[in-house]
Write a protein that binds this ligand. Sequence first.
Ligand code: GCO
Length: 396
Amino acid sequence: MTDALIFPSDFLWGTATAAHQIEGNNTNSDWWRFEHTPGSGCVDASGDACDSWHRYEDDLDIVKELGLNSFRFSVEWARIEPARGEYSRATLEHYRRVMGACRDRGILPVVTLHHFTLPQWVAEAGGFEAPDIATWMGEYATVVAEALGDLVGLVCTINEPNIVAIMGYYFGIFPPQVRDWDRFVAVNETMRRCHVAMRDALKAGPGDYPVGLTLSMTEYQAIEGGEERMLKSREEMEDAYLRSVADDDFLGVQCYSRTVFGPDGAVGETGETTDMGYAYWPQCVEHTVRRAAEVAGCPLVVTENGISGANDERRIAYLDAALRGLHRALDDGIDCRGYFQWSLLDNFEWVLGYTQKFGIVSVDRETMARSPKPSADWFGTVARGNSLSSFAPSTN
Ligand code: GCO
């Protein structure tokens, strides 16, 4: 028996999703309104998504059958607090049922409180530029903690605050479609305040569970003359956040690829790319985990990693290479406690709609039938064995 690569005995193996991308009919959110706004650039409206609001037990049965020990999903602020100070007990009870269904299947619920979407009342009041946004998010976290704190396993306060900031306030692609570096920088500062308000609210509530934010990271690289622009972007998108989380229970590291900078900013890829146009770059996991460990200094969890594409063999090769890199980092003593593949299901990929396939399970857009791909079986084998064989798949 050749030496397999063994992961830590209590390592978390899961897949990640998000409410707006899988539940369906999140009609009170800013994204629902954005998707139906001419000029938004949205390819599709989210509509029924994967109907996971109703089919979450089907999803959890798959997670259990694969032998994964955890599942990352988000709860939806727009459903929980549809109007300022008005909380839906029915919605909170629904999420208790989802978490109970996780626990009944021996699955640790890893719950995100904010994953890109806002209630329309918050967006109308200025969103992440509203003076009271940190207070509102802290109060929202208090309500969630009181209702769900006894059932959650890990809590991610804000998913990729840096992406919400850059996509919404600098690139102008996400709501509110602003293109202003200074406002982008200010929103990042606000995001860190919101995270602290939510973290402290959660810690003050019932239950005892790790709390952290999840950060979009990339393997930053520079070609001749690109160093300055690369460092400026990395400081704003990563380092300012990494320096702020030292006292958190964990940091969620989320990465997909690399980003190469030239003198005028990011440059296009010349090698193999995924359907998102990202470089096929599984090396990003080892790189970002090592960098996060060095700068942040708190425990880590890889809370998102994967690729979009119809070629499931390449997905297996990517995941295998990514996990080998993660294992090298673990071998060097880096404290990473889990890996969540993005995503369980082919789902709503924001402005790109249903054109992207990140899932290890496909979803029939008409019938909503779930069909695990070979990558699901491969990933389940890795998770159940808590190990990688010593030989990589031939397609690496
Ligand atoms: C993100 C979000 C996910 C995306 C995934 C694929 O990291 O952008 O957390 O909602 O769907 O990353 O792009």
